[in-house]
Design a protein around this ligand. Structure first.
Ligand code: NAI
Ligand code: MG
Length: 502
């Protein structure tokens, strides 16, 4: 800890230097109070490393660094094309370190190494590259008027405070950093306390890429302390948050004190609707992936499956078979593993308590329904992929976000009935529709209240396509051109061209 880095060897044999400080002004520094967070491997429950945790005082330092960097000519006057060059360089550095970064996230979060390497990392690299290309293509309009001219500038918002969750540590960081940097903002980003490690290695790469000091500051810290201090800091102009809806309501309240610009990406209970005319095998495969991948810890997880009456029994039987043959639970490093452990003891307990609640309320456990203690010899937060049938729509397992490998399956009669049930939720993040009827596919996609709809698929996500929620699933959009709106503001300039006052 003293020199703010430690040598680590991961269970897959990878040895590396882990920074442990707070990254402020391109330097790793100790927390003023000496407060720390110790990260653990959720498969073995062993500690990995202890890192510095920011207090409100440290947050203030990081915000002031970002505030100063806004007016540093090395950033402010940097040609937008050269800003793009820095971002391309960063993408390249992430790419050349992708095995290391995937190792750290697999170790710290519990996700299968293969998934981190083939899913999280390409996504993070792709998003930074996508926004690198935008840097010199962000500009305003000219508006001709009689005897006048008006034009607009698209300018950065200023100092951006970003708060991310633990389910996809590096890709969530890239979704936040990419558009904010492309628009010329400066940043203080706070990682989730459950996964504090990979972002510090990323911070090192940001420095290597050549970003001026203070442009990106990376802190670890507790949500209630460092997160809250960041959201409330008067020099923070904008807050971008991904996490639970409950925390988002707190963030919105705190941000209101200085009328901060906000974007929120929160929870979901996304419906997946299977019509009788669907390709059943495709529906089974996608719906399994849509809830069981990433240990079920996906904000857009299609966690409520609605199946039309005529194929309900067949679908349920095939879905259970798919869970049993595909969703192998095990250690992150085992190439056979489909699901690793849940991220923390807290999440493990929470998911198990939802399973208990489902049982208590009279739903049927069709498969799974328990912890898998034998995998780690009594250690590790492993949970059997769980399917509930005979679920009523007033049960908590039907209504609330579980954020684990637990799915509820219910049946419906007609199309309008499916749409009504799908929309009977406070959430509106994703939704999926399985049908071979083209007209129905588009009709239902348009009627479902969600920020994203997948037709005959689930979980598609692409840097070029906007992502976000309606209702209590969020405010604003990330990714795509729409993602730039969250990080730029329009200034209008009026020019008098001979419009005399007489
Ligand atoms: P959380 O929403 O409390 O944490 C997300 C981030 O917010 C973390 O970086 C945390 O440090 C920060 N945070 C927490 N309290 C804060 C505060 N008062 N002010 C500012 N920042 C704060 O989520 P948590 O506790 O990790 O998980 C609880 C549940 O939230 C999960 O079971 C799941 O249902 C949901 N969740 C949803 C996510 C999504 O992607 N939609 C991601 C993570 C959790
Ligand atoms: Mg961990």
């Amino acid at each position: 800890m003293a020199d703010l880095k430690v040598q680590l060897t991961a269970p897959n044999g990878k040895t590396y230097t882990q920074p442990t400080g707070l990254f402020i002004n391109n330097e790793f520094v100790a927390s003023g109070s000496g407060q720390t967070i110790t990260s653990t491997d959720p498969a073995t429950e062993q500690d990995i490393a202890t890192v510095h945790a920011a207090t409100a005082e440290d947050v203030d330092k990081a915000v002031r660094a970002a505030h100063a960097a806004l007016n540093d000519p090395k950033w402010k006057k940097l040609a937008t094309s050269d800003r793009g060059v820095l971002m391309y360089k960063l993408a390249e550095l992430i790419e050349s370190n992708q095995e290391l970064l995937a190792t750290i996230d697999a170790w710290d979060n519990g996700k299968p190494y293969r998934d981190a390497l083939t899913g999280d990392l390409p996504e993070a690299i792709g998003v930074i590259r996508y926004y690198a290309g935008w840097c010199d293509k962000i500009y305003g309009q000219t508006i001709p008027l009689p005897n006048k001219l008006a034009y607009t500038l698209r300018q950065p918002i200023g100092v951006v405070g970003q708060i991310i969750p633990w389910n996809y540590p590096l890709s969530m960081a890239s979704w936040k950093l990419g558009p904010a940097l492309a628009c010329g903002n400066t940043i203080v980003i706070k990682a989730a306390e459950q996964t504090p490690l990979s972002i510090l290695v990323l911070a090192d790469l940001i420095k290597q890429a050549g970003f001026p000091p203070g442009v990106v500051n990376v802190i670890n810290g507790l949500g209630k302390e460092a997160g809250a201090a960041l959201v409330q800091h008067p020099l923070v102009d904008k807050v971008a948050f991904t996490g639970s809806t409950a925390t988002a309501t707190q963030v919105m309240k705190m941000a209101s004190a200085t009328l901060k610009n906000i974007t929120l990406e929160t929870g979901g209970k996304s419906p997946l609707v299977v019509f009788e005319d669907a390709d059943l095998e495709e529906a089974v495969k996608w719906s399994h992936m849509g809830i069981m991948s990433n240990q079920g810890q996906i904000c857009t997880a299609t966690s409520r499956i609605l199946v039309q009456k005529g194929i309900y029994d067949k679908f349920v039987a095939r879905f259970i078979e798919e869970v049993k043959t595909t969703s192998k639970v095990g250690h992150q490093w085992d190439t056979e593993t489909y699901q690793g452990p849940q991220v923390t003891k807290q999440q493990y307990d929470r998911v198990l308590s939802y399973i208990e609640s489902g049982r208590q309320s009279g739903a049927t456990v069709a498969t799974g329904g328990q912890a898998l203690t034998e995998i780690g010899g009594g250690k590790g937060y492993f949970i059997a992929p769980t399917v509930f049938t005979h679920v009523k729509q007033d049960m908590p397992i039907w209504r609330e976000e579980i954020f684990g490998p637990v799915v509820v399956i219910s049946e419906f009669g007609e199309e309008d009935n499916a749409v009504r049930i799908a929309n009977d939720t406070t959430y509106g993040l994703g939704a999926a529709v399985f049908t071979t009827d083209l007209e129905r596919a588009h009709r239902v996609a348009s009627e479902i209240q969600a920020g994203m709809v997948w037709i005959n698929s689930s979980q598609d996500c692409d840097p070029r396509v906007p992502f976000g929620g309606v209702k209590q699933s969020g405010i604003g959009r990330e990714l795509g051109e729409a993602g730039l709106e969250a990080y730029s503001q329009i200034k209008a300039i009026h020019i008098n061209l001979g419009n005399r006052l007489s």
